[in-house]
Design a protein around this ligand. Structure first.
Ligand code: CO
Length: 196
């Protein structure tokens, strides 16, 4: 682990680099946001979405939680979704999972406890309903990585049905919901082609 002083020093260096390239950078940044995408990802420290997609501050409106679970009763996510759709007028929502997801693996191996277990309930449901499909795969790694994909697919389905989304579509707001997976073994993002 790096000492925290180094992290602060990195920030000072980054600010200098930005200002060297554009002295107005922070002035422009502070004038407001109009991101084109709502990105829902996993809290996993290996998933800094801006880094994987070479996007800059201001481009992605981001919500992250353990195993990128879409829960219709999560007040945090619902506030993010409502603000993204109704105020920021974002047209593209990307639900993005990843392979080797600790949350998904905890469900697969039955190891989640307490708050984490409670949080992961929708993933348990997905695991149960796709058990026959997963059983056909030959290794545990293939099974939990497929479960990570299924968790994204089911999340996109739940999101598409949500009243906030349905209301926006009825009002003529063009909305596209994408399901993606980050292949952590290669760094590449794959579009799972689930369209909400
Ligand atoms: Co994860």
């Amino acid at each position: 682990m790096r000492p925290y002083e180094e992290i602060l020093e990195n920030n000072r260096q980054w600010v200098e680099e930005k200002l060297t390239a554009d002295p107005e950078y922070f002035k422009k940044l502070s004038q407001g946001q109009s991101p084109g995408y709502l990105f829902v990802g996993c809290s996993d420290s290996r998933m800094p979405l801006n880094t994987f997609t070479k996007t800059n501050p201001g481009e992605l409106f981001i919500h992250r939680n353990i195993a990128n679970v879409i829960r219709e009763n999560d007040p945090n996510f619902l506030a993010v979704l409502q603000y993204a759709v109704e105020s920021l007028k974002i047209s593209h929502i990307i639900v993005c999972g990843h392979y080797d997801c600790g949350g998904v693996k905890a469900v697969f191996y039955g190891q989640a406890k307490g708050h984490v277990k409670k949080w992961l309930r929708p993933v348990y449901r997905t695991f149960r309903s796709y058990a026959p499909e997963l059983a056909k795969l030959s290794t545990d790694k293939q099974r939990y990585d497929r479960l990570a994909e299924l968790n994204v697919i089911e999340g996109v389905k739940r999101l598409s049905r949500h009243p906030i989304i349905q209301k926006a579509i009825k009002q003529g707001h063009p909305l596209h919901i994408h399901g993606w997976i980050i292949n952590i073994y290669t760094g590449r993002i794959q579009d799972l082609k689930v369209f909400g």
